[in-house]
Unconditional design. Structure first.
Length: 71
């Protein structure tokens, strides 16, 4: 189970880093004066919420098969 937990945390960190890099690139290319920058930030926040929820579901699915998780 610790392997699955480590996998989920690793994927979450990679996704968060990729989204942060995308927002930083938008900031660098568009600047904060552009409305597109705020749309990119909102899209990154929504993507982070969605990806975190999907990873939580995957982790819970794997945890149900583990000995220490009561279904």
């Amino acid at each position: 189970m610790w392997a699955v937990t480590g996998w989920a945390i690793g994927i979450w960190l990679k996704c968060t880093a990729a989204l942060a890099a995308a927002v930083a690139a938008c900031w660098w290319l568009l600047g904060t004066d552009s409305g597109w920058f705020f749309i990119a930030c909102a899209a990154a926040v929504l993507a982070e919420i969605y990806l975190t929820d999907q990873l939580r579901k995957e982790w819970a699915h794997e945890a149900r098969g583990s000995w220490w998780w009561a279904p």
